[in-house]
Design a protein around this ligand. Structure first.
Ligand code: TYD
Length: 211
């Protein structure tokens, strides 16, 4: 059985990840490719409970280390219960955020630094995405695009979101083979086409000729 691809999407809040993820899943499914769309924090019953706990705007007292460990705990469960079994059964997994989010938000945003990478390496058990799309948009523009009520992380001040943004830029610089930076301040179709072309060029040579 051929191992499935593992593709992750990253970016500041409001960067349009969810729209692009759904477009990509539809593309794969139209081509008859078994695809699993999942997200972090969450993706399992335990993970969704952790998600509710972390994002609740009432939990203002949450300590940054508690926060980092909760994200890592959700990821550990998600990796073991969902992502690894799916990839091993030949399914393409598309995940809305993964370990890079923790490094950007908790490592750079909360300034917890390298320990965040260490706890997450335990959580992911050596699994790394085959390709990561980093959708970049000016953090202020991103915030203005968010519909509905803001969650606890979205309510953070602009300085925090700027640090997250800078953290993402550093991650992209350090991982040029895996992380592809996408200018998210463009139309949905234009971005979708760039994503497909990148997947074809980097990890799936037959993608555009699949019927
Ligand atoms: P998400 O549901 O992806 O929010 P959005 O759709 O608005 O991008 O993620 C929820 C929040 O959790 C988001 O503000 C980013 C944050 N987050 C972290 O701080 N660390 C992490 O490891 C993950 C996965 C998310």
């Amino acid at each position: 059985m051929r191992r499935g691809l593992f593709i992750t999407f990253e970016g500041p809040d409001g960067s349009g990840k969810t729209t692009q993820i759904k477009r990509l899943q539809m593309f794969f499914e139209d081509k008859g490719q078994k695809t699993l769309l999942t997200r972090e924090p969450g993706g399992t019953i335990i993970g969704e409970k952790i998600r509710t706990l972390i994002l609740d705007p009432e939990h203002k007292e949450m300590d940054p280390i508690t926060e980092a460990m909760l994200y890592a705990a959700s990821r550990a469960q998600h990796t073991a219960q969902v992502i690894l079994p799916a990839i091993n059964s030949g399914c393409t997994v598309i995940c809305d955020r993964y370990m890079d989010s923790s490094i950007a938000y908790q490592g750079y945003g909360r300034k917890l630094g390298d320990p965040v990478r260490v706890i997450n390496e335990i959580a992911v058990r050596g699994l790394a995405p085959d390709l990561t799309f980093l959708l970049l948009l000016d953090p202020e523009v991103g915030k203005s695009r968010i519909c509905g009520e803001l969650d606890r992380l979205e309510l953070e001040k602009s300085a925090y979101h700027n640090d997250v943004y800078q953290g993402y830029l550093k991650l992209a610089e350090q991982n040029p083979k895996r992380i592809v930076v996408i200018d998210a301040d463009r139309g949905i179709e234009e971005i979708h086409t760039e994503i497909l072309e990148t997947i074809a060029a980097r990890i799936h040579p037959d993608l555009l000729s699949m019927r």
